[in-house]
Design a protein around this ligand. Sequence first.
Ligand SMILES: [Zn+2]
Length: 93
Amino acid sequence: MKEPEAFYRMHTTDDGIRVTKLDADLNPESSYITSLDICECPAGHRDTCRHRQMLPLFISTNRINSKWLYNFKTRKWFLLHETLEEQPSWRRV
Ligand SMILES: [Zn+2]
């Protein structure tokens, strides 16, 4: 089965860094508090998970609390544009 497109963004909260998964239509699907060591996602008991793998990417590119989305599957970044239209539009970078 083909894995559907999914995008991730990260922002800081009082509890730590929250990673939010968005579906192909950019609707939030799930979100977890994550760090380099632990993650509250279903794979949190494993040595690593995709959230802990992408966290260093967000840190090194300074894209936490930004409009940048990361596609884990294609490993490409997207910049989210807020527009007046109902559906957010965004462009490929
Ligand atoms: Zn995780």
